[in-house]
Design a protein around this ligand. Sequence first.
Ligand SMILES: NC(=O)c1ccc[n+]([C@@H]2O[C@H](COP(=O)([O-])OP(=O)(O)OC[C@H]3O[C@@H](n4cnc5c(N)ncnc54)[C@H](OP(=O)(O)O)[C@@H]3O)[C@@H](O)[C@H]2O)c1
Length: 332
Amino acid sequence: MPIFPNIHHGRSTYNPDSDIPDLQGKVILVTGANAGIGFKAAEVLTSKGAKVYLGARDESRGKAAVQTIRDSISNLPSAGSVHWLPLDLSTPQATKAGAEAFLRLESRLDQDYVNQVSGIPRTQVTVSDMCESHLGIFVLTQELMPVLKQTADEPNSDVRIIVVSSAAHLQVPEKPEFRSLEGWNSRKGDGLVESGTRYAITKLANVLFTRELQSRLDAESVPITCISLHPGLVNTEGPRNAIKTGIFAYFIKLLLAAFALTPLQGAYTTLFAATSPKIKAEPAKYRGSYLNPFDRLGEISAYAKDKQLAQDLWACSEEVAEICLKEAEPRP
Ligand SMILES: NC(=O)c1ccc[n+]([C@@H]2O[C@H](COP(=O)([O-])OP(=O)(O)OC[C@H]3O[C@@H](n4cnc5c(N)ncnc54)[C@H](OP(=O)(O)O)[C@@H]3O)[C@@H](O)[C@H]2O)c1
């Protein structure tokens, strides 16, 4: 009997070498891509021929990650290219600037576009906290939607929006309130339980957002597939730094080293969602779906199916983003 029977939620086998098709001609944006799961996803996508924009907020970390990938693919004749995109999802303004930088470089966002952002919100949920965990993804998607739709209009297109959520979304203890920023801010406290609950709420927001986005695109008959997913428990900086000091920190590192997926394995579910031909072949099965490692449809919580909650989240996100972006406009 495994010690952690559900830790990877029934992962199946996955082999990026044989399961990922040739991605030449595809333009892919990976956010939060200088480390962890995002970095590995960007590396594999580049090795498979895509033109990858590696979104990272810090120039030196972003450029170092790009160089590491270039070195690792230098012997692969069919590899694509990788480019640093300055992209900070901490505020709507910074996110919009990153999207604009992308649009100055590209007139298409070809196949896929993958979101990766980590971060457990602090005690008070500021716009920045809401942004890192949800609003940044919301604003980025809004800003890039014209180019995503334009690409989706082309013959044989296969545009996908992938949001990395977590099985933690199943742990939200009671119905959250997404009607206002104050609602987001209702869970305070520095303890493990409080910060864990806030993380679970943000991951619930990721699933709600993805499902609501899919339903809005479906209503407009836009052929874009939106998928959220749990990547498994992955040995990255995120969980390694969840507890920074003391004996628990030591044990967490040991447990992660022993039982967690490697960052490459942690990217497999993202890679399946972003590239698998099965998803194009069976749109009804996968549109708006939630995946568990590495390619399995996963169960979502009752809150994640709550249409009203999804609409509240959408309306609040629009309102907060609009206020922030207006404030940032130069005054006449
Ligand atoms: N690891 C797991 O076990 C696990 C389990 C379930 C779900 N997930 C989810 O998987 C995703 C990736 O996690 P990970 O473990 O790969 O995390 P990670 O190793 O901590 O990497 C997180 C990445 O996000 C970037 N980032 C954070 N805040 C950002 C911001 N405001 N703007 C732009 N980039 C930002 C970081 O960049 P900097 O270097 O600049 O900070 C880094 O590149 C997250 O959504 C996480 O919730 C992870």
